[in-house]
Design a binder for this molecule. Structure first.
Ligand code: PXG
Ligand code: PLP
Length: 435
């Protein structure tokens, strides 16, 4: 290993493998990266599901540069700067109906913690302080902080970290290859899995449950799509029992599914919604929680000189992030990117499903501009088959993402058809070579 690679303890990385053969990115523009040797790499995953408008977009670059020179930092507690209000207003304008309050964070993980705290505090503020329990879903990903891994359902992210939050339970995941393998778009079977929430209500009683958090499409765990009718049913059960529904839209937000949010695409409005990533096109760290007016208003009581919601981050509504966010939303609007996935999803879906029949491919899933190919694990070595495909594709100039034995594709929304072909053909070659 080169000594200069020693100090950096890398996040979510097979770091000994990495440091033996580092993959260093040096430059980005549009649909591409260039590595430190000048080799061009097609970005099949929008960086990490975040660079929805493509890389180094001039309007966003300029906004960040100008902001840094004009106002570098403004304290966010009992103080503010104009662009924070402007961005909150612009986000609220594209949000699902009624979700018009925007609380800024710096990441998806922080958005999740914020939303969970809002849910518990909301019930307390309206006199139902017994509602403290949080319900997640098996195989869910909600970032890496303690609340997020507690409601999360990816065992590898949980098992090393002790007892986590108390008072958390999980409904069943919706992944069912026996009934839904190779579905195009949303799977037919599994709406009834939402009824699993009724089981937890029967066990714990609704009066102890604050909120349920799910991703409309579970991304990080391998692109698990909501069966037709599932999210609607979850909404109905939450309403019936006074439980808040939180959509974690960190990946599905900002155009990935063909409309601004998963909520707008699937026609189900949650009570709270977490976003991050695409809010600034990944250029400056930022996240947000969107809340319904009625939730926000419950907090607005007590003496006016006192803080209503004792929560926030030093960098909530950071000026660079707000400037990047405003330029990002303008870029999305100028180029129609928040709905572009709906135009491309037919072509994209066909391309991804053309991998059906290749060796070891056991499922293919697609929705909007997100796709996944699931493979049989190598005997006794889970994750290795997909990881090898990732390495091979990178070697051939395409960046993809793997989780377990699932390869995920989620390109920038500016992608052209030939580039979809290039991604799929490169993956096809890798799967064939590995057979
Ligand atoms: N919720 C969801 C639904 C996410 O997808 C987070 C929260 C956390 O966001 P931050 O910004 O704290 O990372 C995410 C993030 C993957 C992968 O496996 C996906 C994410 C992060 C890292 C890897 O492709 N999503
Ligand atoms: N730890 C200490 C000692 C702090 O003073 C602060 C913030 O003032 C934090 C953690 C939280 O940092 P942040 O607001 O960036 O999340």
């Amino acid at each position: 290993m080169k000594p200069e690679l020693d100090a950096y303890w890398m996040p979510f990385t097979a770091s000994r493998q990495f440091k033996k053969a580092p993959r260093l990115l040096a430059k980005s523009s549009g649909m591409h990266y260039w590595d430190d040797q000048g080799r061009q790499i097609l970005d099949g995953v929008a960086g990490l599901w975040c660079v929805n408008a493509g890389h180094a977009r001039p309007k966003i670059v300029k906004a960040i540069q100008e902001q840094a020179a004009e106002l570098d930092f403004a304290p966010p507690f009992n103080m503010a700067h104009p662009k924070a209000f402007e961005l909150a207003d612009k986000v609220a304008k594209i949000a699902p109906p009624g979700m018009n309050k925007v609380f800024f964070t710096n990441s998806g993980s922080e958005s999740v913690e914020t939303a969970l705290k809002m849910a518990i505090a909301y019930h307390r503020a309206r006199g139902e302080g017994t509602r403290t329990r949080l319900i997640g879903r098996e195989r869910g990903y909600h970032g890496v902080n303690f609340g997020g891994i507690s409601v999360g359902g990816m065992v590898g992210n949980r098992k090393m970290f002790g007892t986590l939050l108390t008072g958390v339970d999980h409904i069943r995941h919706t992944h069912d290859l026996s009934r839904n393998a190779f579905s195009v778009g949303q799977p037919e079977h599994g709406a009834e899995l939402a009824d699993d929430l009724e089981r937890l209500v029967a066990l714990h009683d609704a009066s102890t449950i604050a909120a349920v958090i799910v991703e409309p499409i579970a991304g990080s765990t391998g692109v698990l799509l909501p069966p037709k009718g599932y999210l609607q049913r979850l909404r109905e059960i939450c309403d019936k029992h006074g439980i808040l529904l939180i959509f974690d839209e960190v990946i599905t937000g900002f155009g990935r599914t063909g409309s601004p949010f998963g909520a707008t695409t699937f026609g189900v409005t949650p009570d709270l919604m977490t976003v991050a990533k695409g809010i600034t096109n990944g250029c400056v760290p930022m996240g947000a929680v969107l809340a319904k007016q009625s939730i926000h208003d419950v907090f607005m009581n007590g003496p006016e000189h006192l803080i209503e919601f004792p929560h926030g981050y030093t960098y909530s509504s950071h000026p660079l992030a707000c400037a990047a966010g405003l330029a990002t939303l303008e870029t999305y609007a100028d180029e129609g990117l928040l709905t572009r996935a709906s135009q491309l999803q037919g072509y994209f879906g066909e391309a991804v499903h053309s991998l059906k029949g290749l060796p070891n491919v056991i499922d293919i899933r697609n929705f909007g501009l997100v796709g996944a190919v699931e493979l049989t694990p190598l005997p006794g070595e889970p994750g290795k088959r997909a990881f090898n495909l990732f390495l091979d594709c990178y070697d051939k100039g395409v960046l993809l993402r793997v989780t377990g034995d699932i390869v995920a594709i989620s390109p920038p929304l500016i992608i052209e058809r030939e580039q979809i072909d290039e991604i799929v053909d490169t993956l096809r070659g890798a799967i064939q070579r590995a057979a």
